[in-house]
Design a protein around this ligand. Structure first.
Ligand code: CTP
Ligand code: CA
Length: 218
């Protein structure tokens, strides 16, 4: 009964979230992408909304429905995601970068479908994509920035190093790196005090715990 009268953890806050993969075209029918279903990012958006926040979700290509009450902006490439985030970031209190952003885009993408015409294999060249999280963290008055990291090894070491390199107060590591598309995950939170585990649970429950952990820190 008393809980019903407690203010929601993020009441009155504005939260910007990225989710899903990006897709970088090679030609009109092919591209390069990252493994991400978007489930974790969408769960975080849903949990932030439940906690009373106004939520803006910038999403790469996913097969998911927009969570109730969330404003969604669809993008395809990392450059588009960067532009959309920068256009929405002013006035946001919290930025949570859950998207699996492609680090490189194809510099010599073709306007026409590449054909097996006997001229040999295509040779792809790459340009580096903007680091969206680092761009936001480096603003003059940044929102509270939260990053996500999926490492294939040395998570405890790489996680803390990545948090410091990106100059962000909180980084979330995926402990199970083979949880792509699954409904469950296991997380570890890195902040200036060290690391804390959120034991294996479904992504919606973990997202609620993460939102409470963020609310406690802002
Ligand atoms: N990120 C981003 N823009 C990029 C690359 C990453 O916003 N161009 C964000 C991701 O959304 C995530 C965090 O940065 O929140 C960490 O992403 P990750 O790929 O683990 O870090 P990188 O700095 O790209 O390092 P690496 O891939 O070499 O491990
Ligand atoms: Ca990366």
């Amino acid at each position: 009964v008393i809980a019903a009268f407690q203010p929601k953890a993020l009441a009155g806050k504005r939260v910007l979230i990225t989710a899903g993969p990006t897709f970088e075209p090679i030609d009109p029918v092919r591209g390069i992408t990252n493994r991400s279903s978007g489930k974790m990012g969408y769960a975080v958006a849903c949990a932030a909304r439940e906690a009373g926040a106004e939520v803006h979700l910038v999403s790469g290509p996913t097969a998911l429905a927009t969570p109730y009450g969330v404003m969604r902006y669809d993008v395809t490439t990392a450059v588009q995601m960067h532009e959309m985030v920068m256009s929405l970031v002013s006035g946001q209190d919290i930025f949570i970068a859950v998207a699996a952003v492609a680090d490189w885009r194809v510099a010599n993408a073709s306007n026409q479908k590449l054909k097996k015409d006997g001229s040999g294999m295509p040779v792809l060249e790459f340009d580096e994509n903007p680091d969206i999280l680092a761009s936001v963290a480096q603003l003059d008055h940044p929102p509270y920035c939260v990053g996500f990291a999926a490492e294939s090894e040395n998570l405890l070491q790489y996680g803390e190093e990545k948090r410091l390199r990106k100059e962000i107060p909180l980084l979330v590591g995926n402990i199970g790196h083979e949880t792509f598309g699954l409904d469950e995950n296991e997380l570890v939170l890195f902040d200036e005090k060290g690391n804390t585990r959120l034991p294996r649970a479904d992504k919606q429950a973990l997202a609620r715990e993460l939102i409470q952990a963020i609310a406690k820190r802002i």
